[in-house]
Design a protein around this ligand. Structure first.
Ligand code: SAM
Length: 245
């Protein structure tokens, strides 16, 4: 069942326009009477039926509201040290499939990639498009947001109110992820920091710890940066019961 995110509030009858209408009409070649899912910008998910369509607008009417959420119980914010090449495309796509709610690309000391303002904006627009497609494919109820790249200092200021801030630190050898997660009462939101290929510098780690980030080991093996975030998100969702219970 195809799912579309509409930039308008929910109503029993709604118009689908723009690229989504084009996709429905010209790519999917859907007809009156067929059904599809929508998520409105006020977070209503619903099954809708096509009641009319022309070359620009697809009119749909409510069949039933979809009450079961597709979202995990924990809001995960992934702060990802900018990786080399196109790896970030992979990271954002998989993060959305897994259930991450927000992605923050980080420009860190050991990042090989240095993006100027113009390239950063273009890359972020590209990543946001990948996110939107992944959100449709994985039937998310939201379209997670990718922010413009920022520094660790900016991240720690912007996200200082997040109660549980975790840094996966390759030097850490005292505490594992499970120990930290099981020591929490009720996990509702997590800020997760993953370093780039070159790792997290000592200065960055000191700054992160000073601002309340708690370090964890992900085990004796060194995971690639594009693996580390996803493996950690999967472990968190397992712990919170968001992998099917
Ligand atoms: N340059 C680092 C080194 O050789 O030790 C490896 C960095 S690793 C490729 C990229 C990021 O993944 C790390 O900064 C960390 O956030 C995370 N990571 C990978 N393996 C980890 C582990 N075993 N424990 C904790 N974090 C890990």
């Amino acid at each position: 069942m195809h799912r579309f995110f509409l930039p308008i509030p929910f109503a029993e009858q709604m118009p689908i326009t723009g690229k989504d209408a084009y996709h429905i009409i010209n790519v999917l070649r859907m007809q009156v009477g067929q059904q599809l899912q929508i998520v409105s910008n006020d977070q209503v998910s619903a099954l809708m039926e096509i009641i009319a369509l022309n070359e620009a607008v697809v009119s749909v009417r409510l069949v039933e509201r979809l009450l079961t959420t597709h979202e995990p119980s924990v809001r995960i914010i992934l702060a990802q040290g900018l990786p080399k090449g196109d790896k970030m495309d992979f990271v954002v796509q998989k993060a959305v499939e897994m259930g991450v709610s927000e992605i923050i690309p980080l420009s860190m000391d050991n990042c090989v990639v240095k993006l100027d303002a113009v390239r950063a904006k273009k890359k972020t627009e590209r990543w946001q498009k990948i996110v939107e497609e992944a959100a449709k494919q994985s039937k998310r109820d939201i379209v997670p947001q990718v922010s413009l790249p920022m520094t660790l200092k900016q991240l720690l200021t912007n996200k200082q109110d997040v109660l549980l801030k975790i840094v996966a630190y390759e030097v850490e050898d005292r505490r594992g992820l499970r120990e930290l997660l099981q020591a929490q009462e009720n996990i509702t939101e997590i800020l997760l920091l993953i370093g780039p290929e070159g790792g997290i510098s000592k200065e960055e780690f000191t700054l992160a710890e000073d601002k309340g980030m708690q370090s964890v080991s992900l085990g004796k093996r060194i995971l690639r940066t594009e693996t580390a975030g996803l493996a950690t998100v999967a472990a968190i969702l397992y712990e919170t019961g968001d992998f099917g219970g």
